[in-house]
Design a protein around this ligand. Structure first.
Ligand code: SF4
Length: 87
């Protein structure tokens, strides 16, 4: 009797990535700041910002280049409106 084994391998590389936040959709819950204070802070507008990030003038999103994703992965997974993207 022969069987076929299928496996899917997902490789998540964590070096030199870009963190993108759809800032206008932020509801200001503070989850990203609580989970990842090294990279996230609340702004005067009641929304979170990636520390040291820049606004993309074309998209309006905030972007931050990072060498290591680190806790940004936790922030992205926990964001209740799923507006933090890592790529
Ligand atoms: S977790 Fe998401 S919605 Fe909450 S403050 Fe951070 S970016 Fe905004």
């Amino acid at each position: 009797m022969f069987g076929i084994e299928c496996r899917t391998f997902f490789i998540y590389h964590e070096d030199n990535m870009k963190i993108i936040q759809k800032h206008e959709e932020c509801i200001g819950c503070g989850t990203c700041v609580a989970l990842c204070p090294k990279f996230w802070e609340m702004g005067d507008d009641g929304k979170a910002y990636p520390k040291g990030g820049k606004k993309n003038s074309k998209t309006g999103d905030w972007e931050l280049e990072v060498e290591k994703v680190g806790c940004n992965k936790d922030a992205a997974e926990a964001c209740p409106v799923q507006i933090i993207v890592i790529r």
